[in-house]
Design a protein around this ligand. Sequence first.
Ligand code: ADP
Ligand code: MG
Length: 286
Amino acid sequence: MTNTHSAGASLEYASPDEIVVSDALKVYGSGAGEVTALSHVDLTVKRGQFVSVIGPSGCGKSTMLRMIAGLEQPDSGEVSVFGAHPDEACAAKMIGFVPQVPALLPWLSVLGNVTIPSKVNRRADALRRTLPGHVARPATDPRVLLTKLGLGDAIDRLPHQLSGGMQQRVAIARAFSIQADVLLMDEPFSALDEFTREAIQVQLLELWEQMRTTVVFVTHSVSEAVVLSDVVVVMSARPGRIEAVIPIDLPRPRRQGLLEAAAMHEYEDLIREKLQTAWASGPVVR
Ligand SMILES: Nc1ncnc2c1ncn2[C@@H]1O[C@H](COP(=O)(O)OP(=O)(O)O)[C@@H](O)[C@H]1O
Ligand SMILES: [Mg+2]
């Protein structure tokens, strides 16, 4: 990690209360193998929002998330995380990442896996206190987080003694426990069965409604995007670009009954329509 970027100094579009992706371009490979993963991508996520990103496989969702996390650099354009360069935000642990497959340390207990990030790299705490876009939050007891996610009885178990759904809950508890300013989640529930998935969605919503951490959540599921989000971003492929940004104006807290609500189905239909338009319009060369 580099710390060469002073807080937002070189970032034209940086804002202390927003994540901003501005006119991002990302090209992989060269010659015949060249892939434009992202082209002219603009996105603003306000602090406290739950934003989902949906789109066909290969449209650049993971690339965009990895760019916000500082794991990829745009070829042109700019990314800032609450006023800071992503590298700096990452070094200061302003960013929590939940990947598709939970990367738990196999020799540590559930509790050990959740507490490890706050034990290592204490320098990050000092660094993030210097960043104007960081909002300090009171620490949440990891046991409380685990209990809220239904893992109260499993805190001493090792990862191999857990189901896939339980492992993913541990990864979520770990991401919340570092008191990050933003959680980036890349299809975290896609490997889970339908029943487990819905149960975890409810737990994630309950936790989020208390913590109000900013979340950028990649999903393949239209209904998941609607039920969770304040805003759904629809992407299309070749090159990856943003097709539509749809605010979801449904009351919170969102509970079971919502799944049957007509308003929810209207949003789902609208998103499906945008996804179809994205396909029908075919490759756009810019
Ligand atoms: N490291 C890489 N090297 C080459 N091509 C890549 C790399 N990462 C992603 N791509 C390509 O970029 C495009 C977008 O990928 P990705 O962001 O993973 O899409 P999504 O997450 O929406 O499925 C795809 O065509 C993919 O094959
Ligand atoms: Mg992906």
